[in-house]
Design a protein around this ligand. Structure first.
Ligand SMILES: Nc1nc2c(ncn2[C@@H]2O[C@H](COP(=O)(O)OP(=O)(O)OP(=O)(O)O)[C@@H](O)[C@H]2O)c(=O)[nH]1
Ligand SMILES: [K+]
Ligand SMILES: [Mg+2]
Length: 440
């Protein structure tokens, strides 16, 4: 995106589907002039007023609509710039007439995420909070909503800022050690510094470990359904999806492509992936299906490992829930290689209620937070930054020379600063804000 900060931008901030009201949002230096041109005098800041909207209010040329108008002078606005909102009647002809009037007066349509990008550039929020807002808009489940709200609220930013502040403090002491080498700062000061570095490393470690939960909530918990041909995998998928998402037949090797179905379990977004039956095969298409199945088995958060009745699997996948199907036909063993088996019948429905219960508990344990614990890490970008900081700190502890240790601490601070957007992020901004919808 060719980014020019002084232009006045506008976008429809509400959806395009049929609605009663459409919010047209405008931001930029030309906002005051534009608003006066459309609606006459500027209303009091942040007060909703009813106004007629004209193409040119000075000469009462071409009445476009009657709208609720809000004037948001900077810098206390969302973007930090002057801006306003027109709450129009949501007729498509009204919206395009107003858009046209705005363009004729020199404003231009906003790029995706441009309002929030301006808010970031003007210091109204940091990068982590901006990402939280994108997630909040995209949130489909309760758990996603809560996670995004905590992030857009600044809770996660505070954690990263706090680490950075503590490093700054360590660095200051460190510099003192360098500048006054003869003063012989007491041994305990040196000890305190290394203790604090170790504490930070440990906190980052637990944040990284916990992070899988946050990342899972964001993208959804992924279950792969795997097992031999005709185990009833596609039958299970269809039951979970509550529709005929996959073909079920008595022919072994029916499923080849992996079939993904989304849903919600225990308030968490989940994805179930049905896969090709695992077996040796000469058929190159089926073999590709098996290869893909094994890929999903490896990458899923949990494998629903199915087997038909007494055909006991030789190996149990890691992170698997064992499901013995066709209990109506064949007795299902209660355990396999020391792992509990859930007996079900996709035909009669036997055991399915218990299975759903197990899946819900699994989702909860994969995403649960301890009450009062630090906010969860939510993105690979943050993970990379925290890992980098942690590695630099580990390297700092290894250094005998204070000068070199200081350098590692600076690198750690830089890595944390990149997460919140404090330093060196120009290269990632397009990628981050490009994912937003237009009008945000
Ligand atoms: N009796 C009985 N038959 C079942 C049960 N579950 C599935 N079947 C039947 O078993 C056959 C295979 O079911 P699928 O769901 O296609 O099995 P799959 O594991 O997806 O098979 P592939 O895709 O070929 O690997 C079908 O004829 C189903 O109707 C069950 O619980 N009891
Ligand atoms: K089949
Ligand atoms: Mg199948």
């Amino acid at each position: 995106m060719a980014y020019q900060h002084n232009e006045t931008i506008f976008a429809l901030s509400t959806g395009l589907e049929r609605a009663a009201i459409a919010v047209m949002r405008v931001s930029g230096a030309g906002s005051a002039v534009l608003l006066q041109q459309l609606c006459g005098t500027l209303p009091a800041p942040r007060r909703a007023v009813l106004r007629r909207v004209w193409r040119d209010s000075a000469v009462k040329d071409n009445l476009l609509d009657e709208a609720v108008v809000l004037w948001f002078p900077g810098p206390e606005s969302y973007t930090g710039e002057d801006g306003f909102e027109l709450h129009l009647h949501a007729g498509p002809a009204i919206i395009s007439a107003v858009a046209e009037a705005l363009v004729q007066s020199g404003a231009r349509p906003a790029e995706p995420g441009e309002f929030t990008r301006r808010a970031f550039t003007n210091g109204r929020m940091d990068l982590v909070e901006a990402e939280g807002i994108a997630d909040l808009i995209a949130a489909e489940t309760e758990s996603q909503r809560k996670l995004a709200l905590a992030q857009s609220d600044g809770a996660l930013s505070k954690l990263y800022q706090n680490w950075r502040e503590r490093l700054k403090y360590i660095l200051a002491y460190q510099e003192a050690l360098i500048d006054f080498p003869d003063e012989n700062l007491p041994q305990e000061t040196e000890q305190k510094l290394t203790d604090e570095i170790s504490n930070l490393i440990a906190e980052m470690q637990s944040h990284l470990q916990d992070g899988e939960k946050g990342e899972r909530i964001r993208r959804g918990v992924v279950f792969a359904i795997a097992g031999p041909p005709n185990a009833g995998k596609s039958s299970l998928l269809n039951w979970l999806a509550e529709r005929d998402a996959a073909i079920v037949s008595s022919v072994e090797g029916t499923t080849r492509d992996a079939i993904e179905v989304g849903g919600t379990l225990a308030g968490v977004r989940v994805t179930f992936i049905d896969t090709a039956g695992l077996r040796e095969t000469e058929d190159i298409i089926e073999a590709e299906g098996v290869r893909r199945a094994l890929f999903h088995v490896k990458h899923a958060d949990c494998v629903l490992q199915m087997f038909p009745g007494a055909t006991i699997p030789e190996e149990v996948f890691s992170d698997a829930i064992l499901i013995g199907n066709k209990a109506d036909l064949i007795p299902v063993p209660s355990e396999v290689h020391g792992h509990e088996v859930i007996p079900v019948s996709l035909k009669t429905g036997e055991g399915l209620k218990a299975l759903r219960h197990v899946l819900e508990r699994k989702v909860e344990s994969l995403t649960a937070r301890l009450p009062g614990s630090a906010p969860l890490l939510t993105r690979a970008r943050h993970r990379a930054g925290v890992q980098e900081a942690q590695q630099s700190l580990a390297a700092a502890l290894e250094q005998q020379w204070p000068e070199l240790r200081g350098e590692e601490i600076r690198l750690a601070m830089r890595a944390l600063g990149r997460i919140t957007g404090l330093v060196g992020v120009e290269d990632v901004l397009d990628a981050i804000f490009g994912q937003f919808c237009i009008g945000k």
